[in-house]
Write a protein that binds this ligand. Structure first.
Ligand SMILES: NC(=O)c1ccc[n+]([C@@H]2O[C@H](COP(=O)([O-])OP(=O)(O)OC[C@H]3O[C@@H](n4cnc5c(N)ncnc54)[C@H](O)[C@@H]3O)[C@@H](O)[C@H]2O)c1
Length: 411
């Protein structure tokens, strides 16, 4: 406010100028210097004021997102422009949650955000903040300007193969960014965290199926980075009243049954990509065939056995976890299981996809699937949509209708 007063001093300078115009013919250099100095000071102070206003959270116009509202739960969805995050945001909005999406669009799609904005245009329902969770200053600003009740933390780089080639990127993006989010949550007393983890944190367990009691011994940087993030959350949780739910799952397939959202990874990630994307790329002829990496594993047909979950079931589990989260609770959960992916993919797309058998991929394990009893019993959750062929059929419909993904693939 002081600065504002000083800016108002400017008209006085104008007044003395007009007086001078009446009685003096020559320019007094001392006065001129004085006048220039004043102009300089006023400009500097104006610039300072603008800067202070821009950076002061309290002086920003309050919105429905900036204060808590009784009966409304405001959820921060990190990575909400991505495959799972966008589906989770859609479900939360349908269930009348208030949603803020934070995403740096490094892997997500602005097109997904646009779909959500068109579906929920009412004020106070959805806002999108373009920001990088690696930028702690931005994250602190977001938390100080918004009143979150809970966080669903999806944002991550999430490709096993890429993690073996660029491990530091994974430790930074997954582990240290989770620390940044957790610190901001603690500072602003946000009491509920639903963390999106992975069964890659289990590595290659001796005993199948995986349960929440299976020792976590990850064998690739992706799994290790997620395990470290889990450990940080767990350690923090021991001395706080934050409610934490960690969901660990395998390959997520399918898409919104109503065809509004889908999975649209960046073309440059195809090489590291997930089998769901590769299956559709092969069916569309974008890639010559499906690469099956490793045929000498100790499994019935020599190829890896994996676990799949439909994205609709997965977001249902996240919302149930959010509803159930109580202060002080910590719960880890795993997903459910299916295999024979390639055959189902051929059936779902109706395309006789060519399959190329290649050597093993570094960091891969033979057989992993999980037992979902704990999540079924504690959250009353069952996978209703996870049928490999049907899930792939739904996703294939979206893929066929969106040959170019969301069309807008970058920031
Ligand atoms: N898709 C799967 O099969 C699968 C399986 C197990 C676990 N997960 C986990 O689920 C979560 C979401 O995965 P997905 O398949 O939707 O991936 P995705 O790549 O589609 O989405 C991730 C989103 O996070 C954003 N993001 C990445 N780094 C960011 C950063 N520093 N700041 C802000 N935003 C950032 C990306 O732009 C993207 O929109 C991840 O945490 C992943 O580890 C996924």
């Amino acid at each position: 406010m002081l600065s504002f007063n000083r800016i108002r001093a400017q008209p006085r300078g104008n007044r003395s100028m007009s007086l001078g115009g009446g009685g003096m013919e020559y320019a007094d250099p001392k006065k001129k210097n004085n006048f220039c100095g004043k102009i300089l000071m006023v400009s500097t102070l104006t610039a300072l004021c603008i800067l202070m206003l821009r950076h002061s959270p309290t002086l920003n116009t309050p919105t429905q997102f900036s204060s808590h509202e009784p009966g409304v739960t405001h959820v921060l969805v990190t990575g909400g422009a991505g495959f799972i995050g966008s589906h989770a945001a859609l479900r939360l909005l349908k269930d009348f949650y208030r949603v803020t999406i934070v995403d740096n669009l490094s892997r997500g799609n602005l097109g997904a955000i646009r779909v959500l904005q068109q579906l929920f245009p009412e004020p106070g329902r959805l806002q999108f903040i373009y920001a990088d969770l690696g930028d702690a200053k931005s994250v602190r600003k977001i938390f100080s300007e918004n009143a979150f009740d809970a966080v669903m933390h999806f944002a991550a780089v999430a490709y096993v193969g890429e993690s073996t080639l660029d491990p530091l990127k994974y430790y930074h993006n997954i582990t240290s960014n989770t620390l940044v989010v957790l610190e901001a949550m603690a500072a602003h007393r946000v009491k509920t965290l639903i963390y999106s983890s992975t069964c890659a944190t289990y590595g290659e367990p001796d005993k199948m199926p995986i349960t929440e009691e299976t020792p976590q011994v990850p064998i690739n940087p992706y799994g290790k980075a997620k395990k470290m993030a889990e450990d940080i959350i767990l350690d923090f949780h021991k001395n706080s009243d934050m409610a934490v739910m960690i969901l660990r799952y395998f390959n997520v397939i399918g898409s919104d049954p109503e065809g509004r959202l889908g999975e649209a990874p960046r073309p440059e990630l195809r090489e590291h990509g997930r089998i769901s994307g590769a299956c559709f790329d092969a069916a569309r002829g974008i890639i010559p065939g499906l690469k099956v990496r490793g045929t000498d594993y100790k499994t019935s047909d020599g190829t890896c056995i994996r676990d799949y979950i439909d994205v609709t079931d997965l977001v249902d589990a996240h919302v149930k976890a959010l509803e159930k989260a109580k202060p002080g609770h910590f719960r880890p959960f795993s997903g459910s299981s299916v295999n024979e992916f390639v055959a189902a993919c051929k059936k779902a797309t109706g395309v006789p996809i060519k399959v190329n058998f290649l050597p093993r991929r570094p960091g891969d394990y033979a057989e992993v699937y999980s037992d979902p009893s704990k999540i079924r019993n504690e959250l009353n959750w069952t996978a209703m949509h996870t049928n490999l062929e049907e899930s792939l059929q739904v996703a294939w419909r979206w893929q066929k209708a969106h040959q170019n993904g969301y069309g807008l693939m970058s920031a």
